[in-house]
Design a protein around this ligand. Sequence first.
Ligand code: CIZ
Ligand code: SF4
Length: 299
Amino acid sequence: MSIQERIQDLKREKNAVILAHNYQLPEIQDVADYVGDSLELSKIAARVEEGLIVFCGVRFMAETAKILSPGKKVIAPEYAAICPMAKMIDGETVIDMREEYPDAVFVAYINTTSDVKAEVDLCVTSANAVRIVSELPADKEIVFLPDKNLGKYVRQETGRTIHIFSGFCPTHNRMLKEDIILAREKWPNALVVSHPECIPEVIELSNHIASTSGMLKFARESHAKEFIIATEQGMLHRLKKENPGKKFYSPSALNICPNMKKTTIAKLLHALETEKSEVDVPEDIRKRAIKTIEYMLVG
Ligand code: CIZ
Ligand code: SF4
């Protein structure tokens, strides 16, 4: 019996569902019931009937699913898979910043720990950050955290007064303007599609800026046949799978998130067998954090 078949058998036996982020290894994506961005997956976790959620991604994503589905058991096959950007800020820092900007609306990217979500006013993803920020009352100043690149992109798109925290995604930050220029020379007919976690110099050279779910939509609907994809490399697997007639290239060999790649198929099987490394969020934090996430669920 193959490892994939064992996973499928155990999943049925235990009434489990496997969720995988768009940046996961191809073999994890292929065995998952659902593949998506963090918010899509959390919504699915809340909706499905299965009581056991196996979340293949990084910790803040599994925590977000747990916040929305407290009655279900959420396990992370690799507990050590964390997002370094989410680790750049904690709840205490938000409390301190509130003293500095007492009248500001605090907006957090979904890539944050639960204690940060509990301290802010709103939570956004890369798919809805521009829309949600532009809908805030015009006289309100905004603090955006933790990602400085997404924050700058939102500021540019909305024209709002935004104070930005200095966090960043190491994986997206490694992609440079020169990588895009060289990729364009190599594939002159390709459109450059970048994630807003990329540095402003990369954003500036791009034809389209989108979250991972936005990239899938753009690739599906575009008449173009070739795309240079400036985001974590795992994204290319799904783009290629869903668009067999189109070509997708990576502008860099370095845009791999080591934490996203910690979840292997063997660890996934082990997690299903043992149901260890359960993800939990303390109830007081969960109750405060859910308010900031619920806001997004309607959008
Ligand atoms: O929200 C997510 O899943 C992340 C981290 C990226 C994206 O653009 O989907
Ligand atoms: Fe965090 Fe960047 Fe890895 Fe996403 S790709 S989990 S933002 S470090």
